[in-house]
Design a binder for this molecule. Structure first.
Ligand SMILES: CC(C)(COP(=O)(O)OP(=O)(O)OC[C@H]1O[C@@H](n2cnc3c(N)ncnc32)[C@H](O)[C@@H]1OP(=O)(O)O)[C@@H](O)C(=O)NCCC(=O)NCCS
Length: 188
């Protein structure tokens, strides 16, 4: 596989987590179907609060377009060629929030607890730092208690609670929790 790089760091690279060999690589536009298949394999509970519904081809097409303009960087975690999850950084350097990036983490339920969330988050922190971002934002529905706990362990702080700000696939509204992480103090 040809090596590609976000900037200083080259992908793919491989590590071992709890005895399992994990490869991290950058998602490419050609991985469109892999992301779609991954999203469609997730249980209903996980699909309830996807901020973008990546079970829909239209959403994944927009995602792959954003990869090409570097508005989105997605790092895939794979084992034996199977996609286990991704870490994504979304930014927009044309707006007054150009010093912020949004992180999204999504790990397949059978691969949770291995440390993939930690691993992908630290990769996203590194990419954010290389882009000169100052803060990383994570957005979650208030009902996603375990994800909020995971992000707290990653060092994020809750900054805001917006009432009835998101709506799930069953058309029930939920409060949105905005959490942030300060990248400027990072020493990698
Ligand atoms: C949140 C998510 C990404 C975590 O991924 P993961 O691979 O299981 O996380 P890790 O194994 O790296 O664990 C990260 C840390 O959180 C802790 N943790 C994991 N699951 C936890 C839980 N349910 N409750 C509390 N802490 C938890 C781990 O012990 C670890 O802490 P440590 O670093 O102090 O040891 C995963 O559960 C997921 O994909 N959830 C659905 C999507 C989602 O809600 N994403 C967040 C919004 S973008």
């Amino acid at each position: 596989m040809a090596k590609t790089s976000v900037s200083k760091k080259s992908y793919p690279w491989t590590t071992t987590l709890k005895g399992q060999q994990i490869t991290l690589r950058l998602m490419q536009p050609a991985d469109r179907d892999a992301l779609l298949d991954f999203a469609r394999s997730l249980p209903t509970d996980d699909l309830l609060f996807l901020s973008v519904d990546i079970t829909e081809p239209e959403a994944v097409d927009a995602w792959t377009r954003d990869l090409q303009t570097n508005r989105v960087v997605t790092i895939f975690a794979e084992a034996n060629g199977k996609l286990l999850g991704h870490g994504t950084l979304i930014r927009n350097n044309l707006t007054w929030t150009r010093h912020l990036g949004e992180i999204q983490l999504l790990i397949s339920p059978d691969a949770r607890g291995l440390g993939l969330g930690n691993l992908l988050a630290s990769e996203i922190f590194r990419v954010a730092e290389e882009y000169g971002l100052q803060k990383i934002v994570a957005r979650m529905a208030a009902g996603q208690k375990s994800a909020i706990a995971v992000f707290e362990r990653l060092g994020f702080n809750a900054e805001a609670l917006l009432a009835d700000f998101v709506i799930d696939r069953n058309n029930r509204t939920n409060d949105l929790v905005v959490m942030t992480y300060d990248v400027t103090g990072l020493t990698i």
